[in-house]
Ligand binder design. Structure first.
Ligand code: GLU
Length: 470
């Protein structure tokens, strides 16, 4: 049997990190087994529907580089088929029309509460003859859930889970306005799409019992369910806004690489021994349901940063440039020039070793593309005071004489000055030079940076700093 998984988000406006993990696990499961992952948008809530919300999910999935097989399926567009199945169940006596009004249902619940009974719908229409059916009331269609025994699910993550059928009610399949409920739509779509395996959050476990009742009533194969513990925040509570960013787009905008995010989400709920750094190819080879943890994992921002740092350091330079370019251009407020691009590429090996996020990389690359004169940050300003004027004059004088302008010759010049004037402390020469060339006090090796900027640009920036300190 070929494996078919699915990712069926509801378009709520953004893709929650928990949903992204669900997508990843279903994708990995499918890839591992040479199967398919289908993508269905559960867009039946028309009152709150927005196309932007759908686009946000598609973009997030694309950014994560998780592809799907076939077209994006709209659940709403399958509504007629869902209705057809409800009618078939009705026709076969496995479902029934219920004519209770809202008031009647409320009264029924209140009485049950007072008498200490279950507040479930009491099935009063389950066995009533058609002749009792009132005129002028649009009925709902309810499933005839089993009255005895238990419903058992062999869950691939949780093991055997069972519920006494007394805990399950005759839930609604079709509302009185003729629209199918979520419970019905999911089952019909999963069946029609040939879904064989479902991995999803354990907040859906209760739905699984009800969904199984529909599968059984139709005589359809039930997919293999695996309900995963949800993601928790560092404090142990369900991961939410108060812990930090919850959407994929926010992580993208904070400068995380998709491969780092995938590795992090994989480890968040799945383990392969003590391995932390797991490439996507390796993950496809190793992924199995056995490795999914049974208790919720806690989101750890430090771990994510360290993985991101690893992936940035190992990324291909051209690819990294394409990721960091928009961050730099947002800061510059204009496009990066050809010279700027060249300089960044020359410096990339150094820049990428230092950055935990693309934001940080963009910050540290900015001096390579900024037009001088530019503003200095507070620490750089403090360094470029009157005392450094003579030092900068001397640096300039020595650099001017260099014909071969390389990080080696530049460093030699600075060492000589440090020996003469700073008791050999190279940092005392390098820091003011860094402040003058970058406008900041943090950057990759300033000697390399100076080589990349080139002699003319370096002298120009020192001149500007001299004006300041003069
Ligand atoms: N649409 C549901 C959600 O976004 C998922 C339903 C399912 O996996 O069966 O939570």
């Amino acid at each position: 049997m070929s494996v078919v998984t699915r990712f069926p988000p509801s378009p709520t406006g953004f893709m929650h990190i928990g949903n992204a993990r669900t997508a990843l696990f279903n994708w990995l499961y499918a890839k591992h087994h040479g199967g398919k992952m289908l993508f269905r948008i559960e867009d039946t809530d028309r009152a709150r529907h927005s196309e932007e919300a759908v686009t946000a999910i598609i973009n997030s999935l694309k950014w994560l580089e998780l592809d799907w097989d076939g077209d994006v399926v709209s659940q709403f567009s399958n509504s007629n088929r869902h209705v057809e199945i409800a009618e078939q169940l009705l026709h076969e006596g496995k479902a029934y029309r219920c004519y209770c009004t809202e008031d009647e249902l409320r009264e029924m619940r209140e009485t049950a509460k007072k008498e200490g009974r279950s507040t479930f719908y009491d099935r009063r229409w389950r066995d009533r003859p058609e002749s009792d059916e009132p005129q002028g009331i649009e009925p709902v269609i309810r499933i005839k859930a089993p009255l005895e025994g238990e419903t058992v699910i062999e869950d691939s993550v949780q093991g055997t889970v069972r519920v006494d059928n007394k805990e399950l009610d005759d839930f609604i399949l079709l509302r009185s306005d003729g629209t199918p409920t979520y419970m019905l739509s999911v089952v019909v779509d999963d069946h029609d799409m040939g879904v064989t395996h479902v991995l999803r959050g354990d907040d859906h476990l209760n739905n699984a019992f009800r969904q199984k009742i529909i599968f059984d009533a139709m005589g359809w194969d039930v997919p293999v369910y695996g309900h995963m513990p949800l993601i928790h925040g560092p404090d142990g509570g369900k991961f939410s806004k108060r812990h930090g960013a919850t959407s994929v787009e926010e992580y993208r905008d904070m400068g995380y690489l998709p491969e780092a995010m995938r590795n992090y989400l994989l480890r968040l709920g799945w383990a392969h021994g003590n391995d932390e750094i797991i490439s996507t190819d390796q993950a496809i080879e190793w992924f199995d349901v056995k490795g999914i943890g049974k208790s919720p994992s806690r989101f750890d921002f430090k771990k994510l940063d360290s993985l991101n740092g690893h992936y940035i350091a190992h990324a291909d330079n051209e690819r990294l440039y394409s990721f960091v370019q928009p961050f730099i251009e947002r800061r510059l407020d204009t496009e990066i020039s050809e010279t700027g691009h060249k300089r960044i590429m020359l410096c990339m090996d150094e820049l990428k070793k230092r950055a935990k996020t693309l934001l940080q990389l963009a910050d540290e690359a900015l001096f390579l593309v900024k037009e001088a004169p530019f503003s200095y940050d507070e620490k750089a300003k403090a360094l470029l005071d009157h005392d450094t004027h003579t030092l900068l004059m001397r640096i300039k004088g020595s650099l001017e004489t260099l014909n071969d302008f390389t990080h080696v010759t530049i460093q030699d010049v600075c060492k000589e000055i440090a020996n003469d004037e700073m008791e050999g402390k190279l940092g005392k020469v390098a820091m003011p030079l860094r402040a003058a060339l970058t406008g900041t006090t943090v950057s990759p090796s300033i000697f390399h940076a100076a080589e990349i900027l080139g002699k003319d640009e370096v002298l120009k920036r020192i001149d500007i700093a001299l004006e300041r300190t003069g």
